[in-house]
Design a protein around this ligand. Structure first.
Ligand SMILES: [Ca+2]
Length: 119
């Protein structure tokens, strides 16, 4: 799979982008992903020199479906261990609060987007 794309343009050009927020309830800093594939959050800056690893507090899935992982393999840049699926009518967004199958706050390390859109 190709890596998920993340750019500033993805936020403005694609209303369907996956959005990850540093604070609960869609607040704080945001990073966007569009397209299918893996994203290793140790590879993206929240603010230098702090990466997005273990920083996410809420998400909006947009038109994407996939899986959030609590751990990431440093060599393959793929997720493992505790996970949470997202997308569809019942998992379109929310807080990482450790409840009802959600990952705990500040634990997200890798994202797999299995289906996406181009809008
Ligand atoms: Ca983690």
């Amino acid at each position: 799979m190709k890596p998920a794309i993340t750019t500033d343009n993805a936020c403005s050009a694609y209303t369907g982008a996956l959005k990850i927020y540093s604070d609960a309830n869609y607040q704080g800093s945001m990073i966007c992903f569009i397209g299918t594939g893996w994203a290793d959050l140790t590879q993206y800056w929240l603010f230098w020199p702090v990466s997005w690893n273990d920083q996410a507090s809420s998400f909006y899935g947009g038109c994407n479906n996939g899986t959030f992982y609590q751990n990431v393999d440093k060599n393959t840049h793929t997720g493992w261990g505790n996970s949470q699926s997202f997308g569809g009518a019942y998992n379109w967004g929310g807080n990482f609060d450790g409840l009802n199958g959600h990952l705990p706050n500040d634990s997200l390390s890798a994202i797999l987007i299995t289906s996406s859109c181009n809008y």
